[in-house]
Design a binder for this molecule. Structure first.
Ligand SMILES: [Ca+2]
Ligand SMILES: [Ca+2]
Length: 274
C-alpha cells in the first residue's frame, strides 16, 4: 500500500497509495491505491487477453497484470482476508498501475502491506516501485525510479526491508546505450534510504509499513513498522523529492519480461479491510 502518513502505526493493513502532493498545504488523507488482492478480471483471449486488478480507492486506477505467463500473478486462498495474489519471480509477475499524478508522493507518505514471502527471497525484490525502466547506469540505478519499497540483502543469510526515495530531476537522456547518463559524477544521483531492523520472514505472514514525513525545516523522518510495532526510525537532514510520469509497479522493479529475476517478488501480498 502507499498512502498518507499519520505516524503510520503499521496496524492498519491496507494496500493504499495516498499523499501530500505538490503543494504542501493540499494534504491528501485518503488512499490513492488500495487493492484487496481478491480477484483478477480476465477479458479477451489468446494474445488479446488482458488481466486487470481492482483498485478500490477513489483513484480507481485498476492495474494491468503483466509477466511472461499467467502464473506470474495468481489469485490464491492463502490470505489474510478473502484471497491474496501470489507473485512468481520466475515469470516476472507484476501489476502495473498507469501513471497518475497522485503517485508522485512527495513529502509525506505511507506504504503498507501484508506479505508472505516464499523461498527464494530475492535480493532486490520490488514490492512497490514507482518507475518502469530497467535501464540502469553503471552504478546500478533504474533510470526513472522515484521511490522503491523492496527487499535488500542484510549482509548475512537473510534480507531486510528497504525504502529509497530518489532526489532531483530525472535524467531523461538515459538509453540502453547511454548508461553513463546517471553516473557522470557523485552529484548526479541522490537518494535517501531507510532500512528495517527486522529481517524478512519467509513462509510466514507479516505486516510491513514504511512511512515518511518531511518537516518545514526540510528534515525527513522515515519509519518502519513491522507487525504493528515501531521497527526503526531514520532521520534525514534534508530531502528534495523527485517527480516524473513513470507508472507504478507492484511486485517488481521494472515493467519488463526480461529484467533480472532478483528484482521481482516471490510470494503473496494481501491486506484486510480495516
Ligand atoms: Ca476499481
Ligand atoms: Ca484479500
Amino acid at each position: 500500500m502507499i498512502g498518507a502518513s499519520s505516524e503510520g502505526k503499521g496496524d492498519v493493513a491496507n494496500f493504499i497509495l495516498s499523499n501530500k502532493s505538490v503543494v504542501r498545504t493540499t494534504k491528501k488523507t485518503t488512499p490513492i491505491l488500495e487493492d484487496k488482492f481478491d480477484k483478477i478480471v480476465e477479458t479477451g483471449s489468446g494474445a488479446n487477453k488482458v488481466r486487470t486488478t481492482d483498485d478500490s480507492s477513489a483513484t480507481n486506477n485498476d492495474g494491468l497484470v503483466e509477466g511472461s505467463s499467467d502464473s506470474g500473478v495468481e489469485v490464491v486462498t492463502n490470505a489474510i482476508q478473502g484471497n491474496s495474489y501470489k507473485f512468481a519471480s520466475s515469470y516476472r509477475g507484476r501489476v502495473v498501475h498507469k501513471f497518475v499524478e497522485d503517485y508522485n508522493i512527495f513529502y509525506n507518505g505511507t506504504i503498507m502491506v501484508f506479505l508472505y514471502p516464499t523461498d527464494a527471497v530475492n535480493d532486490y525484490a520490488g514490492l512497490v516501485h514507482k518507475g518502469v525502466s530497467k535501464i540502469v547506469c553503471n552504478n546500478g540505478i533504474f533510470a526513472d525510479e522515484v521511490y522503491t519499497f523492496q527487499f535488500w540483502p542484510s549482509g548475512k543469510s537473510d534480507h531486510v526491508f528497504k525504502m529509497f526515495l530518489i532526489e532531483g530531476n530525472e535524467n531523461t537522456s538515459c538509453t540502453k546505450t547511454n548508461k553513463d547518463c546517471l553516473c557522470g559524477g557523485s552529484s548526479s544521483w541522490k537518494y535517501v534510504e531507510a532500512t528495517s531492523a527486522t529481517t524478512v520472514a519467509a513462509n510466514k505472514w507479516q505486516h510491513v509499513a514504511i512511512t515518511w514525513e518531511q518537516k518545514p525545516s526540510g528534515a525527513l523522518d522515515m519509519k518502519f513498522y513491522i507487525n504493528g510495532s515501531l521497527d526503526s526510525s531514520t532521520a534525514v537532514s534534508n530531502f528534495t523529492p523527485r517527480r516524473n510520469q513513470a507508472d507504478l509497479v507492484v511486485g517488481g522493479q521494472s515493467d519488463d519480461d526480461s529484467g533480472n529475476v532478483n528484482t521481482f517478488y516471490n510470494g503473496n501480498m494481501d491486506n484486510n479491510n480495516e
